[in-house]
Design a binder for this molecule. Structure first.
Ligand code: COA
Length: 274
């Protein structure tokens, strides 16, 4: 069932009830992480804490801390919902919302990052770093707590994603496993990529340096992007080159990973094209 006319939390509960009846072995699992909770935030806190707790930091203490952050930040509560809806809308393999909610490590990594980013802004650096480091250990995803990431983000498969300290990611961006938004090692301070709204970044792509990826662009799998990318460009290759323009203004929403060839360009791009 779509979530447009139905609250997301109610949809999650309905799906969990149906799956509990279909697969009795997992009924206690759906109860523990969805059905016994009073809200989406409470359930998500329990899931994240169960995965990210450690021997000296109990799941109970971590659950309370994550719940507190969700209570404090309406912005994070809205972002969580948009991220979950983004998966439902863009991932044909998701089959609803409860599976990604319970199992997608891209979603879990992103929401743990949102908590760590809040803590970072509160100057609670040690706990922010703890969460970041547990996420790298458990999910093989490394998102620095200081990075700035918009809403409606879909990190598909997620293994190996790295997002650096001064990176920015706009709204409605989709990225696949193995994407690095990293530094070149030659710059200091503000040294990471700035990704515009609606960008789709293919698997294994490395975007290095303080380069701007214009909104609505599509970067092909395995590219190494070292320069600014003008808005609404299709870029592929090592080093990345503009080869065309996506047929849609927001390639991230359709997850169409083919190279559009309406208007092939085949030229190097430069900052002056922005
Ligand atoms: C640092 C780095 C980006 C470029 O370093 P550099 O030696 O100063 O090279 P330049 O930027 O001057 O580029 C020289 C040429 O090589 C190309 N080039 C640079 N790095 C490249 C790479 N990784 N793959 C393919 N081509 C590359 C450039 O496009 C340029 O080509 P051109 O002369 O035709 O325009 C590159 O060496 C690199 O990939 N470093 C690893 C950084 C990394 O792993 N960061 C992740 C941090 S999380």
């Amino acid at each position: 069932m779509g979530t447009k006319h139905h609250s997301l939390w109610q949809t999650l509960r309905d799906e969990a009830i149906r799956l509990s009846e279909e697969e009795k072995l997992l009924a206690p699992y759906f109860h523990e992480f969805v059905l016994k909770h009073a809200s989406l935030e409470e359930a998500l806190s329990a899931i994240l804490a169960a995965k990210l707790a450690s021997a000296p930091l109990s799941a109970l203490s971590l659950t309370r801390e994550i719940e507190h952050v969700f209570e404090q930040s309406a912005e994070i509560r809205a972002a969580v919902r948009r991220d979950l809806q983004a998966i439902e809308e863009r991932d044909p393999a998701a089959g609803g919302v409860v599976e990604p909610f319970l199992h997608y490590k891209g979603f879990h990594s992103l929401e743990a990052y949102r908590v760590s980013h809040y803590l970072w802004n509160e100057h609670r650096f040690a706990l922010a770093y703890y969460l970041r480091n547990r996420v790298t250990e458990i999910f093989a995803v490394d998102i620095h707590p200081a990075a700035k990431i918009g809403k409606g983000i879909f990190i598909d498969h997620a293994t190996g994603v790295v997002i650096g300290e001064t990176a920015h990611v706009g709204n409605d961006v989709s990225l696949l496993h193995g994407v690095t938004l990293g530094g070149t090692g030659k710059e200091h301070g503000d040294r990471h990529p700035k990704v515009g709204n609606g960008v789709l970044i293919g698997a294994g792509t490395k975007i290095l340096g303080n380069v701007r990826i214009g909104e609505g662009s599509k970067i092909g799998a395995g590219s190494v992007v070292l320069d600014h990318v003008p808005p609404h460009s299709t870029v592929v290759g090592v080093p990345g080159r503009v080869v065309g323009h996506p047929k849609t203004g927001r390639p991230s929403l359709l997850m169409d990973q083919s190279i559009d060839s309406e208007e092939l360009v085949f030229s190097s791009y430069t900052a002056s094209m922005l």
